[in-house]
Design a protein around this ligand. Structure first.
Ligand SMILES: Cc1ncc(COP(=O)(O)O)c(C=O)c1O
Length: 411
């Protein structure tokens, strides 16, 4: 019998799929997990999710939904009560969303995909601040758009400026993508910085997509929602968010778009033809979480992550050749420039890139971090501080020893 795999070459993939590389972040995470499964004591600092359990009211609401057989298709835009709850949740940040402006999606990832689908014509350009979350450029190209990198000036704290945006604008520019708190850099834009960027978008009639999935995870500073900057800004902004990061619900796959109602309507139409709707049970879980009083629990979790963040910053400050870049005040990542270790060797290998650094750190010190290669930051590594404090301390010891044990190559 002919195996299925031996005949797959007969199927020609479309260009958009054949040029789509798998996520390197996921690949490294998978390698670290495989080593752990093989019994190696690897400490995995690659994770893109908080290591807390799903908040309890969400789990309870999901069980109730199953018990009630709330297991059928829902309206394409999501159940009305959840759309209302999300609008209220967003409006904590001084936006003015109504239920009809919100579409519930299968995670923020799908929300972004829908956003690009409804906005872009082939060849339309999307300004993507670098370093960027690995999926953004691929999402843009998947629907025929063109991602255009906007790179911060070195030494400027990994933030883009209005001037850099203006320089990147062409007659084809359609969207300015913003992401604060940012993955992978952990930077948080201030109110005034966002207002200045939104003003450039207005000058050039650009639509803003603001990915605010990590809105809860800010430390010692405040979060600004772009759509709160005024009705004119809200009128050109799509706000993306979800349950994954704040409520530790990555596996439940609930996110959203909030946007002017005609945009929300178009998004709901796309969703109705591509996914029908997100999982009914997960929507009820999200509703359970958003309508419970979780302020204290979420604030405890934020304090816990802040303590870990500070432990990383204090320790890295003493590691030669490793320099934290950006303010590191958001998400759960510290982004470190490791180019100060280039030219040093570990065994018979010389470090020449952050990818080498990450590979050798895993191989020789059993610590996994993500090299910035796919984030358009080849000299940086992303260190996720979501692991428990005792494990984080061991990881930092290992990283520190790994770097101090690097040697200058002989003549
Ligand atoms: C910046 C950013 N946006 C969106 C997402 C997608 O989140 P979700 O799990 O809601 O799809 C992630 C997840 O890693 C992210 O880091």
């Amino acid at each position: 019998m002919t195996s299925t795999t031996s005949t797959t070459t007969a199927i020609r993939l479309a260009g958009r799929a054949s040029h789509l590389p798998p996520s390197a972040t996921a690949a490294l995470d998978a390698r670290a997990k495989q080593l752990i499964a093989d019994g190696v004591d690897v400490i995995n600092l690659t994770s893109g999710e908080p290591a807390f359990p799903t908040v309890e009211p969400a789990a309870r609401a999901a069980l109730a939904a199953i018990a009630e057989d709330f297991t059928k298709y829902t309206p394409a835009a999501g159940i009305p009560a959840l759309r209302t709850a999300v609008a209220a949740y967003l409006n904590r940040h001084h936006t003015r969303y109504e239920s009809g402006d919100v579409v519930i999606t299968a995670g923020a990832k799908q929300a972004l995909h829908h956003a690009f689908t409804v906005l872009l014509e082939p060849g339309d350009e999307v300004l993507v601040p670098a370093p960027y979350w690995v999926s953004y450029p691929h999402m843009v190209t998947l629907v025929g758009g063109v991602p255009v990198e906007v790179r911060p000036t070195p030494g400027s704290g990994l933030k883009i400026t209005p001037e850099l945006v203006r320089r990147a604008i062409t007659p084809n520019t359609r969207v300015l993508l913003l992401n604060s708190p940012a993955n992978p850099s952990g930077v948080v834009y201030t109110h005034d910085e966002l207002a200045a960027l939104a003003a450039v978008a207005a000058e050039h009639d650009l639509t803003v997509i603001s990915d605010e999935i990590c809105d809860h995870w800010v430390y010692g500073t405040s979060f600004t929602s772009v759509a709160s900057l005024g009705p004119d800004v809200a009128a050109r902004t799509l706000t993306i968010g979800g349950m994954s990061k704040t409520f530790a619900m990555t596996g439940w796959r609930i996110g959203w778009i909030a946007a002017p109602a005609h945009v929300a309507k178009a998004v709901a139409a796309v969703q109705s033809h591509t996914a029908s709707a997100p999982s009914s049970v997960s929507q009820r879980a999200a509703l359970g979480a958003l309508t419970a009083d979780l302020d204290e629990e979420l604030s405890r979790r934020r304090t816990a992550l802040d303590e870990r963040r500070q432990a990383v910053l204090q320790r890295l400050d003493k590691v030669p050749g490793v320099r934290v870049d950006g303010d590191a005040r958001g998400a759960f990542f510290v982004f470190a420039d490791v180019s100060g270790t280039y030219g040093l060797t570990a065994g018979d290998r010389t470090i020449g890139s952050a990818a080498d650094f990450a590979e050798l750190l895993l191989a020789r010190a059993d610590v996994a971090v993500v090299p910035g290669t796919d984030f358009a930051a080849p000299d940086h590594v992303r260190i996720s501080y979501t692991v428990p404090p005792d494990r984080l301390a061991v990881a930092l010891d290992r990283l520190s020893h790994f770097v101090t044990d690097l040697t200058v190559p002989g003549p």
